[in-house]
Design a protein around this ligand. Structure first.
Ligand SMILES: [Cu+2]
Length: 431
């Protein structure tokens, strides 16, 4: 019942009976052991998105582990090196399994607690429901696959469509935003407030206000913000997502308690977070690699799929390839026999250029590593930022770097699930 007690029931797939799955809280540097039992009627795995862990625990079927068969289990054991906001989801038949609800948040707590009044998390999910509240059919349709992916018609926060978020004047909130949608890109604005970005994809950055006050959150990305609640007691302020032109909507509303402010003056303590132990790229000695994203429908833009496109030559027909990386289409989800696109010697710095030749947006996700983002379209990026999921606008070129310190075969793919399934996926090897 995403829309409240009176709304229709929507059958979903769950971890431990809830959507989203249970919020896992781990401690930085402390070993974790998580047993996954597969109660589905199909193979699954769990990918711990953004965690730099041993390859065998990365959860890609056929590449890093055998799939978890129905009625069997698999034990994931890893020690998270980085504190921050992460999430978990299946990496088998992802489009359907993630789209039907399998996702959860994973918080790795800092060794020393961060000084805020409240620590909140919004796990955002986007659903395409039919009028009767049932999951709309047509997962993997040709149209979705070759265009913007399966964008839905209802967005939930932690499993419900919320009307209000109760807040107190004067409090400082750490708000962890995680986009677990299949395809929806979001641009969030907090009316009357000035969010400060303190971490992206779990990795702390220099605290800064986002350009134009908009937080761009593509599928699989996380942004931690610090919000000083400077609104007036008793008032209400909208949180608006206006990424798609003409399709802005109010995601939720910050509803202030009528009590007077907790503080006479806003906190002047810097909201910065302690850095994680990421290896520093050595750009002077870097191995250069380039991946080129190709395919999709002509035209493009932020959103298409309604009218006008029928009758064109259609890539992605019958679940085939609609996309390619360097001329090669790896389709479906993780499977056996995925040959690496390139190989890096262990310890080398990789200078990776990603060039989007398509007319569509792609959040590119790297497994096992966090990448230092260097430049976008030739210009250095304004804030020193590490990301495991980097959003490329149509025709964008992004340069990043990372130290290949973790051996294994790792995936690099678009996190629009339809795009990944239809060919926007590759593998690289660290020996
Ligand atoms: Cu994509």
């Amino acid at each position: 019942m995403f829309t409240g007690a009176s709304g229709p029931l929507t059958p979903v797939w769950t971890y431990d009976g809830t959507v989203p799955g249970p919020m896992l809280r781990l401690r930085q540097g402390q070993p974790a052991r998580i047993v996954v039992e597969n109660g589905l009627n199909e193979d699954t795995t769990v990918h711990w998105h953004g965690i730099r862990l041993q390859n065998a625990m990365d959860g890609v079927p056929g590449l890093t582990q055998p799939p978890i068969k129905p009625g069997t289990d698999f034990v994931y054991e890893f020690t998270p090196p980085d504190a921050g906001t992460f999430w978990y989801h299946p990496h088998a038949n992802s489009l359907v399994q993630l789209g039907r609800g399998l996702a959860g948040a994973l918080i790795v707590e800092e060794a020393e607690p961060v000084a805020v009044d409240r620590d909140l998390l919004w796990l955002l999910q986007d659903w395409r429901l039919a009028a009767d509240g049932q999951m709309a059919p047509g997962f993997g349709s040709t149209m979705d696959a070759a265009m913007s992916g399966r964008i839905g018609n209802i967005v939930t926060i932690n499993g419900t469509v919320p009307i209000d978020q109760s807040v107190m004047a004067g409090e400082r909130i750490r708000l962890r935003l995680a986009n677990a949608s299949l395809a929806r890109i979001m641009a969030l604005r907090f009316e009357g407030h000035r969010p400060v970005v303190v971490a992206v994809d779990g990795q702390p950055c220099d605290p800064h206000e986002p350009e134009g006050g908009r937080l761009i959150l593509a599928p699989a990305m996380r942004i931690d913000i610090v919000l000083d609640m400077q609104g007036d007691p008793g008032k209400r302020y909208a949180v608006i997502d206006d990424f798609y032109d003409g399709l802005a909507y109010t995601l939720t509303t910050l509803a202030y308690d009528t009590a007077s402010s907790l503080r006479a003056h806003p906190l002047d303590v810097s909201p910065g977070l302690p850095r994680n132990p990421l290896p520093e790229p050595d750009l002077a000695k870097a191995e250069r690699q380039e991946i080129v994203l190709q395919g999709g429908m002509m035209g493009g833009g932020k959103l298409a799929g309604v009218g006008g496109m029928m009758g064109m030559a259609t890539p992605g027909m019958n679940g085939g390839a609609a996309w390619a990386i360097n001329g090669m289409s790896m389709t479906g989800d993780g499977h056996a026999g995925m040959a690496p696109q390139f190989t890096l010697p262990r310890g080398a710095t990789c200078h990776l250029t990603m060039r989007n030749e398509t007319a569509w947006w792609h959040p590119m996700h790297i497994h096992g590593f966090s990448m230092l983002v260097l430049a976008r379209n030739g210009s250095p990026v304004p804030h020193r930022q590490w990301q495991d999921t980097v959003l490329l606008a149509p025709k964008d070129t992004i340069e990043c770097a990372f130290v290949a310190d973790n051996p294994g075969d790792w995936m690099l793919h678009c996190h629009v699930a339809d795009h990944q399934m239809a060919g926007l996926m590759t593998v690289f090897r660290v020996t």
